[in-house]
Design a protein around this ligand. Structure first.
Ligand code: DAK
Length: 260
């Protein structure tokens, strides 16, 4: 097994990124964040990639947080640098044009939970544990957790997790919208790959447009957000793939999308 901090595997249009520090439960240090940021920059320019899956190496953990041993040595200056690296990496991940899917295979805590929040879809194994336990360490989330968590699950549920530091299981995470579905541990990757393949088979211009419009829209007033949708919807009528998709439906055949 490679000792690279991030493993990258490609199967046709689906790229799987695996945070690879299983002995430290995949805790995020600079090496992991820098490798992730570099890989995300490469993916952003690769139009053949239709979906990205993010997971953790080993049996126990997705990512158990930022590396506490590293943070324990930091002063405010280093902490700010580390937080900026984390934010830049997660912002770039969430801004990828193709969908990003987290396969949460165990502990998903602190910076790990924040990593999952930067993904479009989160699927969890039944042994997964989610939480923002930073207050137990005398800290607060430093990679966007105080903000993205509230946007995903609502401010009061976010406050419940961030202020108490409590861990929740996969079923509660699903109930509050931190993950979309829960699978038996051994089935997680197979199920996630199947879902990624389903997305990869859709019209890629439309998939990218849907992601982009939704992401822009949540930050805007509803009327503005609906205008984003109208523009994107109309723009798709100039694409080969929309003509092909609608034509294929009417001709009762499978669509052959060409990403144009
Ligand atoms: N960092 C470093 N090492 C970790 C780690 C972490 N977050 N989590 C686990 N490990 C290491 C353990 O130290 C242990 O290493 P060895 O002793 O074997 O060398 C190994 O992984 C296995 O862990 P355990 O022996 O503890 O395993 P258990 O099954 O008993 O327990 C656990 C699993 C996940 C419940 C436990 O390991 C745990 O509570 N881990 C810490 C979880 C946590 O508190 N996560 C949040 C980290 S804080 C900021 C930037 C970022 C952040 C904040 C501010 N700024 C720069 C402002 C983000 C903060 C966080 O994410």
């Amino acid at each position: 097994m490679s000792d690279a901090p991030l493993l990258v595997a490609r199967d046709e249009g689906i790229v799987t990124l695996t945070v690879n520090r299983p002995k430290a439960l995949n805790a995020l240090n600079r090496a992991v964040l820098e490798a992730l940021r570099a890989e995300v920059a490469t993916l952003a320019a690769d139009r053949a990639v239709r979906a990205v899956i993010l997971t953790g190496a080993g049996e126990k953990s997705f990512v158990a947080g930022a590396d506490i041993a590293v943070m324990s040595e930091m002063g405010p200056r280093e902490a700010l640098d580390f937080a900026e690296l984390g934010h830049a990496t997660l912002d770039a991940l969430s801004a990828l044009p193709m969908p990003v899917i987290a396969a949460v295979n165990g502990f998903c805590l602190g910076g790990g939970c924040e990593l999952s929040l930067a993904c479009d879809l989160v699927y969890a194994a039944d042994n997964a544990k989610f939480g923002q336990p930073e207050v137990k360490l005398g800290l607060i989330p430093g990679f966007g957790g105080t903000q993205r968590l509230a946007r995903r699950v609502g401010p009061m549920r976010a406050a419940d997790l961030v202020l108490s530091g409590r861990m929740i299981g996969a079923d509660e995470a699903k109930a509050i919208g931190l993950c979309v579905e829960v699978f038996p541990r051994g089935e997680l990757m197979g199920q996630v790959v199947e879902r990624a393949r389903t997305i990869a088979a859709m019209g890629p211009v439309a998939v990218r447009a849907a992601k982009a419009v939704q992401a822009r829209g949540v930050e805007a007033p509803l009327a503005t957000a609906n205008a984003f949708e109208r523009e994107a919807f109309a723009g798709l009528f100039a694409t080969h793939d929309a003509k092909e998709g609608m034509g294929a439906f009417l001709a009762r055949r499978d669509a052959a999308f060409e990403d144009r």
